[in-house]
Ligand binder design. Structure first.
Ligand SMILES: NC(=O)c1ccc[n+]([C@@H]2O[C@H](COP(=O)([O-])OP(=O)(O)OC[C@H]3O[C@@H](n4cnc5c(N)ncnc54)[C@H](O)[C@@H]3O)[C@@H](O)[C@H]2O)c1
Length: 377
């Protein structure tokens, strides 16, 4: 008779459930500052910007797009009293506008960001902030010289689960973070019928930027050193770019990993496991809008009830953080220098996947555009 296999008993004593600490994870809102804001770029994502700003009671007074109907349609839907422009220079000429939200692609922001900063406007830039780390530094320097605040719309930071986790880390609840492991298992095949189908590095470049940024934000003062990444095609995928990607990141003190499993049909899941010297943080959910968060420490286990979802709270958070920083005359959390930490990991991951070799973070100064985009067929 076969001997019954013996397993080590790995089941740990269940941690007692205790009350969650009160952490401020909801989008920051300025106390009184509600300046006239202009939006440049009224394409696909601008509806998420405007819906969030409407909910916050912000004052959008101008909208600009090269294609007038786009700006006109957003004006009608969200802020009917706003003025529509097709020339951003006309919008920047308005003295009453103090803040400019730039929601174009990064190639257009190369001239739009400096123009807005030189016009002494505070600026919120969509992600990816820049395609060249040196240019990002130049924009940060220019903002400082002009005495205005520049911030990046890396909205995932205010997604309720990541915001709660980041705040728990900042408050020292889990000690020093030494490992961040993030896993996305879902289907990204929906891009097959969209312009994203032409972005070869859709996984590591366009999408994972939010994850690299979140990972860097969970490791404050702990810099990423080396990245090794891979890409592969899934057997049944319809989309053109490879939908399977992964990256392993070595930090000064610790490790990070990202698995992007973009061709999952069953049991879709988005999770993360973050370990610190004094505790563990976990998140888990079926998609990017719905997560449970758990923190386990010596004191017990907490499961906070979180409200909101990435696409509303995220967009409220990135603009709210900029407005609060202007009001309080301090540096926003989504400042350009901090954003470049995540971008540097991203660019290194893309080149690592291309070359099959590990890359030193910070050495890859430019996103390799030639391989990010493939020509229209
Ligand atoms: N989670 C997120 O935050 C998220 C999601 C989707 C897209 N994005 C980012 O948002 C940016 C825009 O994406 P999109 O999907 O809205 O693109 P889009 O192509 O739909 O819209 C871009 C718009 O900018 C306009 N534009 C370009 N140059 C201009 C100029 N000089 N003056 C005025 N308007 C100009 C275009 O006419 C177009 O309408 C990209 O960087 C993208 O990566 C972010």
């Amino acid at each position: 008779m076969a001997k019954k296999r013996q397993y080590n008993d790995l089941s740990e004593k269940k941690a007692a459930k205790i009350a969650a600490p009160k952490l401020v994870y909801q989008p920051p809102m300025p106390r009184r500052y509600n300046p006239p804001i202009g939006l440049i770029g009224c394409g696909g994502i601008s509806s998420s910007h405007l819906a969030a700003y409407k909910q916050m009671g912000l004052n959008i007074v101008a909208m600009c797009d090269l294609i007038e109907e786009r700006a006109e349609s957003r004006r009608k839907e969200f802020f009917p009293d706003a003025q529509v422009y097709t020339d951003y220079k006309q919008l920047l000429k308005r003295d009453d506008i103090e803040v400019v939200d730039i929601a174009t692609h990064p190639q257009d922001r190369v001239y739009l960001i400096p123009a807005a900063l030189k016009a002494r406007k505070h600026v919120l830039s969509q992600k990816p902030f820049v395609l060249d780390l040196n240019l990002g530094q130049k924009f940060a320097d220019l903002a400082e010289k002009m005495g205005v605040t520049l911030a990046v719309n890396q909205n995932g930071r205010w997604s309720p689960h990541w915001s709660w986790i980041r705040n728990a880390i900042a408050k020292g609840k889990v000690g020093d973070v030494q490992a961040v492991h993030m896993n996305c298992h879902w289907s990204h095949d929906w891009i097959a019928t969209t312009p994203f189908n032409r972005v070869h590095h859709i996984v590591l470049y366009d999408y994972a930027i939010h994850w690299f940024d979140a990972m860097a934000s969970f490791m404050p003062g702990n810099e990423a050193k080396i990245v090794m990444a891979n890409l592969s095609y899934a057997r049944k995928q319809v989309a053109k770019p490879p939908l399977l990607g992964q990256a392993m990141i070595e930090f000064e003190n610790g490790l990070g990993s990202l698995v992007f499993d973009g061709a999952v049909e069953f049991a879709k899941n988005d999770n993360g496991f973050i370990t610190g010297t004094k505790g563990t943080l976990q998140y888990d959910g079926p998609n990017i809008s719905d997560h449970r968060v758990k923190m386990t420490t010596r004191r017990g286990m907490v499961e906070p009830e979180l409200e909101g979802a990435w696409f509303r709270q995220g967009f409220m958070g990135s603009m709210g953080e900029l407005l609060c920083a202007i009001e309080k005359k301090c540096t926003p959390l989504n400042n350009p220098i901090d954003n470049l930490r995540g971008l540097a990991i991203c660019f290194a991951a893309v080149v690592s996947a291309q070359t099959g070799k590990p890359q030193i973070v910070g050495k890859v100064r430019k996103a390799p555009l030639d391989t990010c985009m493939v020509a229209d067929e």
